[in-house]
Design a protein around this ligand. Sequence first.
Ligand code: NDP
Length: 245
Amino acid sequence: MKFNNKIVIVTGGARGIGASIVQHFINAGAIVHILDREFPDSFDVGGNDSVFRASGDVTNSDDVKSFIKGVVTKSGRIDSLVNNAGIIRDNMIWKMDESDFDAVIDVNLKGPWLMCKEIAPIMREQNNGRIVNIASRSWLGSAGQSNYSSSKGGIVSLTRVLALELGKNNITVNAVAPGLIDTPMTRSLPPEVFKKLENTIPTKKAGHPEDIAHAVAFLASDESKFINGQVIHVDGGKSIGANLH
Ligand code: NDP
């Protein structure tokens, strides 16, 4: 899939799945703008004129507004938005702090909403655009994730609503729901928990960030123009149901 000179925004693109999505788009010829809280010293993706980095917080509407303004000033348009930034703060509901509920809903749901709110008028004006939201398989439900699953269920609903609101302007809005992917976020789990989770996947292995990047690129491409408001699970089959063998 070619994205020559297409302007793509990726939130949370400094590491993990986001960095892989950024690399994928750059390899395909796109110009990528990244909004992330911070960039590790090791961050080394793309050349100077194919990737722009901005430090900011997706939950802060001033940061989001000034970032989008900067993108339009530098690149003149926005072809695709990938809402990828996300956090986890897992615990059973009886042990979960209210602040961990608020933080996860803020980053995983309000952040994408703020990004879409600012970008929708620009894409409507262009009469063209692609929005890809990174949900999670756990939007279907996952014990210990009342905050996270709710935020990801919320982003699926947001996807479906915006697909209805923006479709007539040639803008599609879809979601990718990853299963267990090997990233810094999931490697922060105790190794025995990671292994246990891996064992519940029909294919018995965690996915890699590139597995998500491929699905995102497809949904951001011209080829997917008639797919709108959908969720693609990229999870080794985990979303099908219980798997005890
Ligand atoms: P990582 O933690 O590895 O990377 C997430 C990136 O988002 C980090 O660079 C992080 O910055 C950034 N970020 C977090 N909060 C904000 C914020 N408020 N504003 C701007 N940037 C922010 O996560 P993954 O790559 O694993 O996950 C990426 C997405 O995929 C998330 O939405 C996640 O929920 C989803 N996902 C991941 C799965 C997995 O197995 N890895 C499974 C299912 C879904 P900082 O370093 O400052 O936190």
